[in-house]
Design a protein around this ligand. Structure first.
Ligand SMILES: Nc1nc2c(ncn2[C@@H]2O[C@H](COP(=O)(O)OP(=O)(O)O)[C@@H](O)[C@H]2O)c(=O)[nH]1
Ligand SMILES: [Mg+2]
Length: 496
């Protein structure tokens, strides 16, 4: 860039001037500083120390203020819902805290209560888990023949959780749990099964061939909870011994792929037996279908279970306890999320109502400082607090300013949507004029609140840029979704 000669001279003069002023200031400051220093040295030492202390305090305060204003806090990820190591004290403390805040903690508490009941029972809990029709119920029947276990040829007969008692050779009291098969159409049953598996000491994962994708995913989920697993390949009667060996090798590899460590003797091939319908020739030549039990062969499973119970690794009780604490923490996190959603709904509704009322009362509502005002600030603060975010005032201002600059483009759209929405209420007549504006403002607040909630639940912290972007991207969708609700709000206000 070529500068005009005059401008260059002017800049040179300005630089020279600044230089002179700086030198002057430096001389002045050093003179008075030295002066003060000499006098302080001559005076009592207490005065010197007090003076230094005040200077230091001023410097620290200034630095702190600058830091608060300028330096952006690092965003810490939201507290993980299922930290690996939770003690009893941790989880109980968390439940108490949440309860005090108004969260429904019944389910989390129920998990701890169930654990206490099972611990008092002093049995080892084995859960038979796996896809529908792999033979879980048949295995239990083979282990405890006197138990009345329902076995269905069609599959999927266990639609509830059932417990059976079994005393093994060494006299251990064992509780066998039969759960619904996973992978059915009803996802709820899979959840029931998975939760029950987490409450057990050991999971006997029953399959009848190579693992499906859903089975591998279930194993992965159980590994997160540090569940001891025994992989049971059932219906071995359908395979030759070579096929069995290949399959078992494959099963080991599959578990290995998802980061699990299974000892070789924790993968067993058995025949639970089960029942089948066979067509038999009667003496008189007629054919008849009869139900026959297949012979069972589950010796290796019994050995594996006994070995597992006798092994002196980390006590099973301790591992189970930790898994249930995790389960309770997950329940709590879910209840907290629900509570937040509910509360945020109230906060947004109240802010929206205020915006609508304010706009109705104003003679000519101002569009320019729409959301940067009091209502926007209090709503943002309340929602941040609800999500455990502690933003600086500057972040809130930045978020509102950024969102405000995005409102300009959305305003015509929200007016149009508001006008349309009000048409849905017949007999409105001339009321509509002011109401359209009021509804449009209400819609914008509603959209602002909802996008903020989305952003907060994603980041666990107010990130002005991300939150205002969310607002811009979601606004048209939110406008459409909220229009009837907010139009009604405005009309109720009008008729009051
Ligand atoms: N061939 C064979 N079929 C079995 C075996 N165990 C169970 N079955 C059959 O598999 C089907 C499902 O058994 P069931 O125990 O109800 O499975 P669940 O849904 O896992 O409880 C039934 O038809 C059983 O007869 C086995 O070891 N070999
Ligand atoms: Mg069953």
């Amino acid at each position: 860039m070529k500068l005009d000669r005059f401008i260059r001279i002017a800049i040179a003069v300005a630089v020279a001037l600044v230089f002179v002023i700086a030198i002057g200031a430096l001389l002045f400051i050093s003179e008075s500083a030295l002066n003060v220093w000499d006098r302080l040295k001559a005076g009592p030492p207490a005065l010197l120390y007090a003076y230094m202390a005040i200077m230091l305090l001023l410097a620290v305060t200034a630095l702190w203020l600058i830091w608060r204003l300028v330096v952006r806090r690092k965003i810490t990820p939201a507290r993980s819902a299922t930290p690996a190591l939770l003690s009893k004290k941790d989880i109980e403390g968390r439940i108490r805290e949440a309860e005090a805040a108004g969260v429904n903690v019944v389910e989390a508490q129920a998990e701890l209560k169930e654990l206490a009941t099972r611990q008092a029972d002093r049995t080892i809990n084995l859960c038979f888990f796996g896809e529908i029709s792999t033979g879980k119920s048949s295995l239990i029947k083979a282990l405890v023949p006197e138990a009345d276990v329902l076995i269905d040829v069609v599959g999927g007969s266990t639609d509830d959780v059932r417990h059976y008692r079994w005393r093994n050779e060494s006299g251990s009291e064992i509780l066998l749990t039969d759960v619904p098969g996973i992978g059915g159409i009803d996802g709820k049953l899979s959840t029931i099964a998975t939760d029950e598996a987490r409450r057990a000491h050991v999971v006997l994962f029953v399959c009848d061939g190579d693992l499906t994708r859903a089975e591998v995913e279930s194993i992965e989920a159980l590994l997160v909870f540090d569940k001891p697993l025994v992989l049971v390949l059932n219906k071995a009667d359908r395979f030759t011994s070579e096929e069995q060996a290949t399959l078992m090798q494959k099963l080991l590899e599959r578990v290995d792929e998802v980061g699990g460590v299974l000892q070789r003797d924790h993968v067993v091939a058995v025949t639970a037996g089960g029942e089948s319908d066979v067509v038999e020739q009667q003496a008189d030549g007629r054919e008849q279908t009869v139900r026959r039990s297949r012979p069972a062969d589950i010796g290796v499973l019994v050995v594996a279970i006994n070995r597992l119970l006798a092994s002196n690794g980390e006590p099973l009780d301790q591992r189970r306890e930790r898994a249930v604490f995790q389960l309770a923490a997950a329940r709590l996190a879910q209840a907290e999320a629900e509570y937040r959603l509910q509360r945020s709904e109230q906060i947004i509704r109240s802010a929206t109502r205020k915006a609508v009322v304010g706009a109705m009362a104003a003679i000519s509502p101002g569009t320019d400082i729409l959301i940067q005002g009091y209502i926007g600030t209090t709503m943002t603060q309340a929602l941040c607090k609800l999500y455990g975010a502690a933003p600086r005032d500057l972040d809130i201002e930045e978020f509102l300013a950024m969102s405000q600059s995005r409102v300009g483009r959305a305003l015509p759209l929200s007016l149009a949507v508001a006008g349309n929405g009000l048409k849905a209420f017949p007999g409105l007549g001339t009321v509509a004029g002011g109401a359209v504006h009021a509804v449009a403002y209400g819609l914008i607040f509603d959209a602002l609140g909802r996008s903020l909630v989305l952003s907060l639940s994603r980041h666990g912290e107010l990130v002005p840029q991300a939150a205002s972007k969310e607002f811009e991207e979601g606004i048209s969708e939110h406008l459409e979704a909220g229009v009837r609700r907010i139009a009604k709000m405005a009309l109720d206000e009008k008729s009051d």
